[in-house]
Design a binder for this molecule. Sequence first.
Ligand code: HEC
Length: 185
Amino acid sequence: MKTIIRNTIVLLALLGAFFQVNAEQNFIYQDSVLKGDNGKTAKIFVGVPVTIKEEMGKNVKVSIKGVMFGDEVYSSKTKELLVAKVEKGFEVNQRDGNEVELVGTLAKELTSNDPLDVWGEHEEFYFEMCTQCHAGPEVNHHSMMEWEAIFGTMKGFAKLDEEEASYLLRYLKANSSDGFVKTEH
Ligand code: HEC
């Protein structure tokens, strides 16, 4: 069922793109592997914004931006949201200081231009876990730092284990007021 919905969304997105010419923002659909020009790879994590540079049949060449610390790339200097983890030898384009651009290819179906599509399962889990005592707070009404603080208490209230907690915290941060998904609010 999910596949059918997803395919329909992709089809609608394609039709949309056809009439729109200018591509909008795309996101990584699930944790994926990006292949660099020299064959080295980088792990790219769910929700990361990508710019599609080139369509190559079933694959796309994408550009991803972030701030590099060792082999890890974050969305900002404050290291709040992990973007990528690069294999030794993966070549990044240095921009300004430790701001970098990662360029590589991956399957086109691992990208989506619909944040709802990307975060659907996380969102279900969020509503399941976080609406037992109060209504689900609007995720984009808080910043990443605020979520980090609030979540410290709430993960205990919701009795989440480590894995569930990091799964949910990534969703909250990525969709926060200063996260990956830019929405009006
Ligand atoms: C067992 C009940 C319970 C569960 C489950 C629960 N909360 Fe809460 N939540 C509360 C209570 C009580 C408050 C108000 C008191 C407080 O701020 O500590 C609150 C307050 C909040 C606030 C407002 C805090 C502020 O400072 O503005 C947010 C946001 C929030 N919860 C998010 C969540 C999230 C996200 C989850 C799921 C991980 C969650 N809650 C699960 C009981 C719960």
